[in-house]
Design a protein around this ligand. Structure first.
Ligand code: C5P
Length: 220
């Protein structure tokens, strides 16, 4: 029997991280938030004064990235950085370095190493297409740009941070364009992934839908 894998790919601020983590918890599976690996690498290279467009040096840093995930928290160089890597500028840096082929190649095996019994739920942009093409269930999770901008806005306000809705919307549009038009592993809805549009769904409804699809796949 192969280890069951659920991949959830989709654009930024679609809620896939929140949903994937709950699905993993409900099934007792491991969870990989692949975006946080790119974010950790963006932070690490920034701290090392490595330019985000220096493909050779960023890829070298990826191979020896001193990062760990412990109980849903991200650690870099022995320091907890879960909040730091969520900053918008680190997200933008992650998106820049993620467009570099050598960087993606360097992170590939590291991501595959997260697959372990009893199963894995993972979210990102290319989890179903490149990293885990053999996954049992592949989902493309999205929501309208307006809805995603509003969710991100509310998230920042709830954290007590200042937020500007038109600016957030612009950032989301720019990130979508960069992620979808890059030459390597572009974000797109692959034909073997089930589409889940959460514009009109809350988190619980999205989670239930995925668990139902998973049961169906396991039974087939
Ligand atoms: O999902 P998150 O916003 O944390 O990801 C940050 C950036 O990392 C994305 O904008 C995307 O460019 C990149 N990424 C990627 N492939 C993944 C996960 C994230 O290219 N599997």
């Amino acid at each position: 029997m192969t280890t069951p894998i659920i991949t959830i790919d989709g654009p930024s601020a679609s809620g896939k991280g929140t949903i994937a983590a709950i699905v993993a918890h409900r099934l007792g599976f491991h969870y990989l938030d692949s975006g946080s690996l790119y974010r950790l690498l963006a932070l690490h290279t920034r701290q090392q004064s490595i330019a985000w467009d220096d493909e050779t040096r960023v890829a070298a840093a990826a191979i020896s990235l001193p990062a760990k995930f412990i109980d849903g928290h991200s650690w870099l160089n022995g320091k907890e950085v879960s909040a730091t890597i969520r900053a918008e500028h680190i997200g933008n840096g992650a998106s820049q370095i993620a467009a570099l082929p050598a960087v993606r190649a360097a992170l590939l095996q590291r991501q595959r190493d997260f697959c372990a019994e009893p199963g894995l739920v993972t979210d990102g942009r290319d989890m179903g297409s490149i990293v885990f093409p053999m996954a049992l269930l592949k989902i493309f999770l999205t929501a309208s740009q307006e809805e995603r901008a509003e969710r991100r806005y509310k998230q920042l306000i709830n954290k007590g941070e200042s937020a500007n809705l038109p600016q957030i919307k612009l950032d989301i549009i720019n990130r979508d364009v960069r992620d979808a038009t890059r030459s390597i592993a572009p974000l797109r809805h692959e034909s073997d992934a089930l589409l889940l549009d959460t514009t009109q769904l809350n988190v619980d409804q999205a989670v239930e839908k995925i668990l139902m699809w998973f049961q169906e796949k396991q039974a087939s």
